[in-house]
Design a binder for this molecule. Structure first.
Ligand SMILES: *Cc1c(COP(=O)(O)O)cnc(C)c1O
Length: 394
């Protein structure tokens, strides 16, 4: 493989070599089932407990409030479906937003088919949830509010503390999908009044297929996977010990390096944003200018197709993602870009670049130079652009 500049860290990240190293013995040496009595099983149990403690400490939570799952999607499904069931005698109304990940939105659609009512709250042009609208949507039968911590496409960070306070004031459970935020932003579940929180290992240089759901003590939630007594009888299945160990290690590293790493990433992100907006005309930044994930930049380039741009970037060894079409198997542009009010044709020309810990200024310069050249080329082939230029010269 030639040059590879990976700027799709919101989709997944490279597993850190120290994480892999920490995991390896739990495949080959300490492979015992954590539920067994003999000592290699005990080794597994100890490793699981250690990871649970590490992760709990990062959130200001108790170890027994961390439940390991198979990833962010499972955590989101569990949080919504199991609270819906457990609290249905109180009501069947749930509040969420229009810009959630599909793991939340498609679960909501599933619940709607089963008689639940969902209010999807709007966001403003920067992707911030309209908190007053959210509060007005609360009803006596509202059982849950679910709002993502930070958006995976446009990076906007939500006023989670404010929403947590509203939920608490009204006695409603509050869940947040923190898959993008965990490891990037400091989070304290008490300070933010969070009752449930979803996270996923592979978004913070941990392994894929492992996640957790934080569930505050006292929340009545049903078990999601039925079977054995693992995870305090709430999530059955032999524990993914290497995954859990890797996740603990990844969390430890992410929190130890957070301040420095995110400051460096934010600086590079701003450099990227400034250069693109300055050097490529008819371009806009999507998402909030400052309240955004330190590693996220999302642009819309007028008169081009995001998919074509991605393919041409790939030929230059650059990995990014677009907010449009084919990736999701549909012709509609991203629901997030629609929710911030972008017209279809603008949303179709978007590009998301998400930096990683080892992204350099040279990488960014290369990416901006290539993007600029490709956008120019694509525009030169676009009849829409030609029309536009003609009209503006009249
Ligand atoms: C990636 C992601 C998920 C899904 O997590 P998986 O571990 O891939 O299932 C859910 N929510 C958000 C915001 C994400 O970015």
């Amino acid at each position: 493989m030639g040059k590879l500049i990976y700027l799709d860290n919101a989709a997944t990240t490279k597993t850190s070599p120290t994480v892999v190293e920490a995991m390896l013995p739990y495949f080959t040496e300490y492979y015992g089932n954590a539920s067994s009595i003999y000592s290699i099983g005990t080794k597994s149990k100890e490793a699981i407990n250690k990871s649970r403690e590490t992760i709990a400490a990062t959130l200001g939570a108790k170890p027994e409030e961390i439940y390991f799952t198979a990833g962010g999607s499972e955590s989101d499904n569990w949080a919504l479906k199991a609270t819906a069931e457990a609290y249905e005698s109180k009501g069947k109304h749930i509040i969420t937003t229009k810009i959630e990940h599909h793991a939340i939105l498609h679960t909501c659609e599933y619940l709607e088919k089963r008689g639940y009512e969902i209010s999807y709250i709007d966001v403003d042009e920067n992707g911030k949830v309209k908190v007053d609208e959210l509060e007005r949507a609360i009803r006596p039968d509202t059982i849950l509010i679910s709002v993502m911590f930070a958006n995976n496409e446009i990076g906007t960070i939500q006023p989670i503390k404010e929403i947590g306070e509203i939920a608490k004031k009204h006695g409603i459970l509050f869940h947040t999908d923190a898959v993008q935020a965990y490891g990037q932003l400091p989070i304290n579940v008490d300070e933010y009044h969070i009752d449930m929180l979803s996270s996923s290992g592979h978004k913070l240089n941990g392994p894929k297929g492992i996640g957790f759901l934080y569930i505050r003590k006292g929340v009545k939630i049903r078990s999601f996977i039925h079977g054995g007594a693992q995870e305090r009888k709430r999530r059955a299945g032999t524990e993914n010990v290497p995954g859990i160990v890797g996740y603990g290690k990844a969390a430890e590293e992410a929190f130890a390096t957070m301040k420095e790493r995110t400051a460096k990433e934010a600086k590079l992100r701003d450099y990227l944003i400034d250069r693109v907006l300055k050097e490529i005309p008819y371009t806009r930044l999507n998402g909030h200018r400052t309240d955004r994930l330190p590693n996220n930049a999302n642009f819309s380039f007028q008169f081009i197709e995001g998919e074509s741009l991605l393919i041409m970037l790939d030929m230059k060894g650059i990995c990014g993602s677009s907010g449009s079409a084919c990736t999701s198997g549909s012709l509609d542009p991203s629901h997030v870009l629609m929710a911030i009010g972008l017209p279809h044709e603008i949303a179709h020309g978007s590009l998301r670049l998400t930096l990683g810990a080892d992204t350099t200024k040279e990488d960014i310069d290369y990416v901006v130079d290539e993007t600029k050249a490709i956008v120019e080329r694509l525009r030169s082939m676009s009849p829409l652009y030609e029309d536009f230029v003609k009209k503006s010269q009249q």
